[in-house]
Design a protein around this ligand. Structure first.
Ligand code: ADP
Length: 350
């Protein structure tokens, strides 16, 4: 099949990263141009690992927009879902690297092209094609596995499709409605919905508004990944434990993941929960670690959705995803640091 199994919806932009840490934007001696945007990073992470991914989003019809579209293409991501806005410019982010290693962002979004994708412009065929081969809701998995009428894909018995979202433009129209429409069509088509809030607090009018909006689309997702910072923000509790995590649990969720940087990741399903340790690596830049983790996880779910019901399989997959995240921190920038499967296996097998 030449159809993408993972469609990632949202923005792609350019991060301008100062060449030195601990200075203000105005004092930076220079900047590196780093392509980014979490949803685009996820699509490229999938592709680098050998999966089939599409990116759906809007870019400016300008030098930066075409550069980003080329990067997607060079990385094997299908560009059938890319649109160019004739008026607005490509989104830009200016990063401040604080002395403590944390990053702050200032965005050019005035508005930028990504915010202007309308529901009418969505490539619905692309999103609907997520259902073209078959299934899958994991709740139905047992039934379908034994249903002779189920299509066989590449000789395998089951295969999931995933729609991944988490645009920073969730807040603004028309992108907000487009987000909701794409989610709805993907869900109707039988895809699993994967959500990463990618919280960038300064973009929201208020913290309350951010919390409200993020949680309002929470219930629609099958798979959710949050960082420790997002866990604290959404629950109001700074204790990272089961009790706090359960505040984010919803009956329709299949998998909730909390990533903890060098402390690894935690997982919750209806059936089991636990944590998987991180790998020790030489970290130079953590940008994109979470996107790399998500890309790896989605790749594995698409190959074998039964990992969602089998704890030992899931733990293997999270070890793989943790390794992907770890490798991504060993090089500057997100996209250049996203690993191939061979690199991941090399780290896992020491
Ligand atoms: P996010 O980028 O969304 O904040 P994390 O920083 O938690 O996400 O990274 C995702 C995963 O990548 C972590 O669960 C972990 O396995 C791995 N990772 C991130 N930072 C490091 C690090 N410094 N050392 C080793 N692994 C890391």
């Amino acid at each position: 099949s030449d159809k993408s199994l993972i469609v990632s919806f949202g923005e792609m932009l350019i991060d301008f990263v100062p060449t030195v840490s601990g200075v203000s934007l105005a004092e930076a001696p220079g900047f590196l141009k780093a392509p980014g945007g979490a949803p685009a990073n996820v699509a490229i992470a999938v592709s680098r690992l050998g999966g089939k991914a599409s990116f759906v989003g809007k870019l400016g019809d300008d030098e930066f927009g075409h550069m980003l579209a080329d990067i997607l293409k060079q990385n094997g991501v299908s560009g059938d879902g890319i649109l160019f806005d004739q008026g607005a410019r490509t989104a830009l982010a200016f990063v401040t690297l604080r002395a403590d290693g944390e990053r702050e962002f200032m965005f050019y979004r005035n508005p930028s092209a990504d915010m202007l994708l309308t529901p009418e412009e969505l490539n619905l065929d692309l999103i609907r094609s997520l259902s073209s081969t078959m299934l899958v809701y994991p709740q139905r998995l047992h039934l379908d596995l034994f249903d002779a009428s189920v299509d066989m894909v590449d000789g395998r018995e089951s295969e999931a499709k995933v729609f991944h979202y988490g645009s920073i433009s969730l807040i603004v129209e028309p992108c907000r409605s487009t987000h909701l429409k794409a989610m709805e069509v993907a869900k109707e088509s039988g895809a699993l919905l994967s959500y990463d809030p990618n919280l960038r607090l300064p973009l929201w009018p208020s913290a309350d508004e951010a919390r409200k909006q993020i949680l309002s689309i929470w219930d629609k997702a099958d798979i959710i990944k949050v960082s420790d910072v997002e866990l604290e923000f959404l629950t109001g509790s700074n204790k990272i434990d089961d009790e706090t995590a359960m505040k984010l649990w919803r009956p329709n969720l299949t998998l909730l993941l909390i990533t903890l940087g060098e402390k690894g990741s935690m997982y919750y399903t209806k059936y089991f929960h636990g944590s998987v340790d991180a790998f020790h690596v030489n970290t130079v830049d953590t940008t994109g670690a979470g996107d790399s983790f998500v890309g790896a996880l989605l790749c594995k779910i698409v190959e074998d959705p039964t990992i969602l019901e089998n704890e030992s399989k899931l733990r293997e997959v999270l070890k793989f995803a943790n390794a992907c995240g770890a490798i991504t921190t060993t090089k500057k920038g997100a996209i250049p640091a996203l690993p191939t499967e061979a690199e991941v296996l090399a780290l896992i097998n020491g």
